[in-house]
Design a protein around this ligand. Sequence first.
Ligand SMILES: O=c1ccn([C@H]2C[C@H](O)[C@@H](CO)O2)c(=O)[nH]1
Ligand SMILES: [Zn+2]
Length: 137
Amino acid sequence: MENSIEYKELFERALEAARSAYAPYSKFRVGAALLLNDGEIITGVNVENRSFGLTNCAERSAVYTAVSAGKLGFKAIAIATPDSEYPVSPCGACRQVLSEFMKADAPILFGPVFEKAIYSSLSELYPFDALHELAKS
Ligand SMILES: O=c1ccn([C@H]2C[C@H](O)[C@@H](CO)O2)c(=O)[nH]1
Ligand SMILES: [Zn+2]
């Protein structure tokens, strides 16, 4: 499963999305690709602001785009950080938001390129959240 074509495609979509990142301050582009239960992929990018604290991460942009389109049921998420040498994992805020919508065993992969990506899961990145089952179809 870890090298499946499905995950390579998901990661490549995240990488492609990262080109649209709005990151003039950090110059650190991030793209995220959410895999829906029906196979559709929805992407998001980090959107920065000159008031730095208002920055929205790529992961949350993807989730909010999907939910705004009436789509729930997220199977996996890939996060591409092409400007980093090493994998960068989702921040705490994004882990909390992902936990609202994804099952504990949902795969989360992240890396600068697919070949260096780390395969993790929501339960590994955000443990002790198993009791909240609303919206996790
Ligand atoms: O997992 C991550 C890590 C960082 N960022 C963004 C926030 C900010 O715009 C830039 C630098 O931290 O990268 C994300 O979107 N997702
Ligand atoms: Zn984040």
